[in-house]
Design a protein around this ligand. Structure first.
Ligand code: UDX
Length: 425
């Protein structure tokens, strides 16, 4: 049996809490520290402040191995591996804001017997820059590849684990690798800069796949092909693969937009113009707005029209609305003069803070009642289960559905007398 390694987690946000809970589940004692006293108090009461399936159960089950604190001292006292999970939000220029990472580094005074294990997504070169300032600090890059909504599954069954370090920190890196060994995934051991780049390049590549299939979808609409069929046929080529080829209303979330921008910016700062990523970003922005044109095709002017948005979250199974298509779409529709109402099964609370002048409804049917058109923005399963032919048809003013994720049953809707517009079909 492997020896349990005490673990420090700094920054108990979404990544930090998932990491803490999963390491606890693997049998380790975890000291998790956040400067937000209210958050730590809530966690101590057993409350999980974020929406992530399975996480409350995991935290509860490992409660005795999870030590939440607002102080750094107990973390440094008990653990030598310090997983840095603070956020690195985008600045106005698109560069990552590293102030929270810097604040963590500043607290590591005599760091010889600790290693900072960087999980936060940082620009390539961050590890080297920190090492230049604190040569005695042991530094290991260990980027996360967790998806919201399946973060625990992703942590416990990763496609790969990436660990980057220099020769001086190889013992600590070995200990980090040992933590992941029970998961049975390939462990990529490399240098710090390459590990940092693997994270940014992976997200940028996936975003490129999405923008690519979205452009194929837009051409499909012109030439009469069906993008779902095209993606199916393409995806069987092992070199292409079937994943991340769902055309739709653009990518959102806290990672893709930020990381693609950050990589583009990083390249630019070092004198290289990353042309492809500029296009990936532009295509995504346009894709979020394209649904407006589909509405206008059937409604003409949108002035005074009632438009129902089904889904606010950037994807299903999360209440995260950062960079969500719904936000861009709502703003665009309002500037065209439309009245917007919206419903989401879990994201309404967060939506309230940012969606102004949008009527937030407590059910899909309420949002659809009296609407001139419905726009499916997030593919929540419950939207497929609505009684479209019956109740929905009765309450809508006009039977027009724009399916931004090609998620609904097109044939059934058309048979029920709806005007159906998908993406790329
Ligand atoms: C992503 C990465 O997958 C993860 O590895 C990284 O660590 C963080 O960013 P996440 O933001 O949770 O995870 O979302 P993901 O499920 O990857 O979806 C991102 C966006 O792409 C969503 O808006 C989704 O709707 C969109 N998407 C995804 C598509 O439009 N088409 C696809 O085929 C796949």
């Amino acid at each position: 049996p492997r020896e349990a390694e005490p673990i420090g987690v700094i920054g108990v946000g979404w990544v930090g809490l998932v990491t803490a809970a999963c390491f606890a589940e693997l049998g380790h004692e975890v000291w998790a520290r956040d400067i937000d006293a209210a958050k730590i108090a809530a966690l101590e009461r057993g409350e999980v402040p974020i929406h992530e399936p399975g996480l409350p159960e995991l935290v509860a089950r490992n409660r005795d191995r999870l030590h939440f604190t607002t102080e750094m001292a107990p973390v440094l006292e008990h653990a030598q591996l310090l997983f840095c999970c603070v956020d690195t939000p985008p600045t106005y220029s698109g560069d990552a804001d590293l102030s929270r990472v810097e604040a963590v580094v500043a607290e590591l005074a005599e760091p010889d017997d600790h290693a900072l294990v960087m999980k936060s997504t940082v620009p390539v070169g961050t590890g080297a820059a920190i090492k230049r300032r604190l040569p005695a600090l042991h530094y290991v890059s260990n980027p996360e590849f967790l998806k919201e909504g399946s973060a625990i599954e992703d942590f416990m069954h990763p496609d790969r684990v990436v660990i980057g370090n220099d020769a001086a920190s190889s013992d600590f890196a070995d200990r980090v690798a040992a933590l992941y060994e029970p998961l049975g995934a390939p462990i990529v051991r490399t240098d710090v800069a390459s590990a940092e780049m693997i994270k940014l390049a992976s997200n940028a590549f996936l975003a490129t796949k999405i923008s690519f299939i979205n452009e194929i979808a837009n051409v499909c609409e012109e030439v009469g092909a069906d993008v779902a069929e095209v993606a199916r046929g393409m995806g069987l080529d092992a070199r292409i693969g079937p994943h991340f080829l769902r055309a739709g209303a653009g990518y959102g979330g806290s990672c893709f937009p930020k990381d693609v921008q950050a990589l583009k910016q990083l390249a630019g700062n070092s004198g290289y113009h990353f042309q492809l990523l500029t296009a990936v970003i532009d295509v995504n922005e346009l894709q979020k707005r394209r649904l407006v044109g589909k509405l206008q095709k059937h409604l003409g002017s949108l002035v005074g029209k009632e438009i129902a948005l089904l889904g606010v979250a950037f994807k299903p199974n999360t209440d995260d609305i950062r960079e969500a298509t719904s936000l861009v779409l709502a703003g665009r529709l309002q500037s065209e003069g439309a009245q917007v109402r919206a419903y989401d099964p879990v994201a309404l609370e967060r939506a309230r803070a940012v969606l102004s002048n949008v009527r937030l409804c407590t059910s899909a049917l309420e949002a659809l009642d009296g609407a001139d058109a419905a726009v499916l923005v997030t593919e929540w399963p419950e939207f497929r289960e609505l009684d479209w032919a019956g109740a929905v048809k009765r309450v809508m003013r006009r039977p027009i559905v724009v399916d931004g994720r090609n998620f609904l049953d097109r044939e059934a809707l058309q048979a029920a007398g709806f005007v159906y517009e998908g993406v790329g079909r």
